[in-house]
Write a protein that binds this ligand. Structure first.
Ligand code: ATP
Ligand code: MG
Length: 276
């Protein structure tokens, strides 16, 4: 496998040298986005600048989302043409874009948000309001919701429409007529239900939810205790604000673990060895 990997990288580098955009795209986009990211960050800046011109903002956004170090992603975003960078941020899921923006100074954030298309900018602005390390700051607003009076068939149709943009399609959150969160069901629950069943008959009514101000460490603990793949975030009136998925929580646990490690070893974040 290693050998194959090496050959693949050589091939990609040759295609870049020959400025063969089509060939590069074909080979590169075939890889998993994590592998794309590994190749990408190993390149010299000049090569990365070339790659930005070969890929769409959406394709670059996938790579950015596979890089765990926000500091590194921030540097990459900063080396891009600002207009292109803002399109990349807009294509990322809003919570990840916010994580990166939070590493930047206020003026940079403001300038990115002014050139970004308004719907993406609004979502990001909304998330930027929440305090760091709370549910609100790590949630994403790309969830799937349905109404309790809808049938399974209607919900399935709706799911098809919303799925491309959703962070996870595994849980569907159920709202009442006041848009309050009143239930949840899994994709499995939906699939096995007869088409004309109303959602309120198959949903789980005792929804475990967290408030937007809840500390991320407590959420990680809840995620472990309940074993859910995602948790809904609600305001004080039970309106659904967003969801936190297990992959967001894995990032939190890593962050908290390395904070604890630094404290234990008596070193600051600065001289902490890189865990790569
Ligand atoms: P099972 O484990 O029963 O086979 P599953 O594997 O399809 O179900 P799980 O992720 O294990 O799905 O979720 C189990 C059940 O938990 C689902 O039926 C879902 O409705 C419910 N559920 C998901 N999220 C929540 C939540 N936040 N609060 C309460 N129940 C939830
Ligand atoms: Mg299960």
């Amino acid at each position: 496998y290693e050998k194959q990997y090496e050959q693949h990288w050589k091939k990609l580098q040759q295609q870049l040298k020959r400025e063969n955009m089509e060939g590069f795209r074909n080979e590169f986009l075939d890889m998993h986005s994590y592998d794309q990211a590994m190749f990408f960050i190993e390149q010299k800046k000049s090569i990365r600048l070339q790659i930005y011109t070969y890929l769409s903002p959406e394709e670059i956004a996938d790579i950015m989302e596979s890089i765990d170090e926000e500091e590194q992603t921030r540097e990459l975003i900063s080396e891009m043409d600002p207009r292109f960078a803002s399109m990349v941020l807009a294509e990322m899921s809003a919570d990840n874009a916010v994580d990166i923006l939070n590493e930047m100074d206020k003026d940079h954030i403001a300038s990115f948000l002014t050139i970004m298309d308004t719907s993406a900018a609004d979502e990001i602005k909304h998330l930027l309001h929440y305090e760091e390390k709370t549910a609100g700051s790590i949630m994403t607003t790309e969830f799937i919701a349905t109404y309790k009076t809808n049938t399974a068939k209607q919900t399935m149709q709706q799911l098809k429409e919303q799925a491309p943009d959703a962070e996870t399609i595994y849980y569907l959150y159920v709202l009442d007529e006041d848009k309050r969160l009143v239930g949840v069901l899994s994709l499995r629950d939906l699939i096995v239900a007869p088409e004309d069943t109303r959602i309120e008959r198959i949903m789980m009514e005792k929804v475990v939810a967290v408030s937007a101000g809840k500390d991320q460490e407590e959420i990680a603990q809840m995620m472990r205790d309940y074993d859910f793949l995602a948790l809904p975030v609600v305001d004080f009136q039970d309106h659904l604000l967003g969801i936190i998925t297990v992959d967001d929580i894995m990032d939190v646990m890593e962050e908290e673990a390395s904070d604890d490690y630094s404290k234990l070893a008596g070193v600051s974040d600065m001289d902490k060895p890189n865990d790569t």
